[in-house]
Design a protein. Structure first.
Length: 117
């Protein structure tokens, strides 16, 4: 089972914020993109996939974050820019890299995060 973590960002994460968050995930990680799918993948220097992240999507419908994730409260921005990361299951290093990326992104643009564990 995959590890999923979502950044619910207050501001639209611009390319500079995304690059800074990727660097925070691990400056030695290799970056690749999936053409036409708006996906960015970060790999261990040895070639193992650590996580895939999607481009930000704006969630404008009130209650949608609560409906999808069960997250609610004053700290959840509305509207929110949803940035999802997915790591292979059973890989603690991959989960840690995805957590570092998400924490850095939320720190840069504001918001909160949610994870599947």
């Amino acid at each position: 089972m995959t590890f999923d973590i979502v950044a619910l960002c207050r501001d639209n994460p611009d390319p500079g914020a995304v690059i800074a968050a990727m660097t925070a995930a691990g400056p030695e990680l290799r970056v690749d993109t999936v053409e036409g799918a708006r996906l960015i993948q970060l790999y261990h220097p040895g070639g193992r996939l650590l996580f895939t992240t999607e481009s930000a999507r704006l969630v404008q419908t009130r209650g949608e974050v609560r409906r999808l994730l069960g997250v609610e409260g004053d700290d959840v921005p509305h509207p929110a820019w949803w940035v999802e990361c997915r790591s292979p299951g059973g890989d603690p290093e991959a989960e840690a890299a995805a957590r570092r990326f998400t924490a850095a992104l939320v720190s840069l643009v504001g918001g909160v995060s949610w994870s599947s564990r």
